[in-house]
Design a binder for this molecule. Sequence first.
Ligand code: ATP
Length: 259
Amino acid sequence: MTQTTSKDALVTSGLGVTYNKFVALADVDLNIRENSVHSIIGPNGAGKTTLFHALTGRVRPSSGKITLGGRDITNLSDNERVRRGIARSFQVTSLFPDLSVHENLRLAAQGRTPWQALAMWRRAESNRNAMATADEMLTRLSLTRVAHRAAGELAHGQQRRLEVGMAMAARPRVILMDEPTSGMGIDDIETMKDLIQGLATDHTVLFIEHNMGIVMNISDTVTVLRLGRKLVEGPPAMVRDDPEVKKAYLGNMITGDIA
Ligand SMILES: Nc1ncnc2c1ncn2[C@@H]1O[C@H](COP(=O)(O)OP(=O)(O)OP(=O)(O)O)[C@@H](O)[C@H]1O
């Protein structure tokens, strides 16, 4: 069983998920430390996405417990978990493509989806806090130059940063990111890497990533899943050199530099 400490943001103990009779996740104990960058890696089908679904409330665990800041959230709905401080950075679908970057961030800062917030446009206009948050976000996201461009017109890397910003704007305790650098060119990857590292000042970051260079470079802790179970967990250097991990990846992918 996992022991919760006051420095743990998110804890799972004995977490399991089955799809019909198929065991996609089994007996997973995790301690995600407050203000850490924690990555989840593993070969295809290891259960990474399923773990995220269980943490966000999209799928119901078949066993185990999840706590956020020491409070049991296992049976809470996805909306309630968002309210308690779990944010997931969604793919472009969470953006409102016709609104500007600044407007997207402002609406996210009000804790609403763009569609909901549009109904409250007048109030949104007068919400100084949301404006200030959006301004601050633009700098952190390196999006100041495109603040007034429509979100739908942004380049891929810029849109991915905006998605992260949408998650950050509601000031969540924990941010979950699913392959934040997928499909990016090298310059955008560097910017995203800096952004993720910077997030840990105010948030706890949990991310799934296939790019081992990034995982090894910016993670405080790496958890390796295989066949739905935790295989190894520890600091990047330890995980990279672990013989079980090398075997799981057939020696192919663990090549990233350690920061
Ligand atoms: N809705 C579902 N119904 C049945 N089986 C599922 C379902 N979703 C996922 N699975 C199975 O559960 C296992 C874990 O899948 P999951 O998507 O969590 O893995 P993953 O580590 O995210 O993989 P990848 O890196 O390929 O995205 C896989 O064998 C997958 O086929």
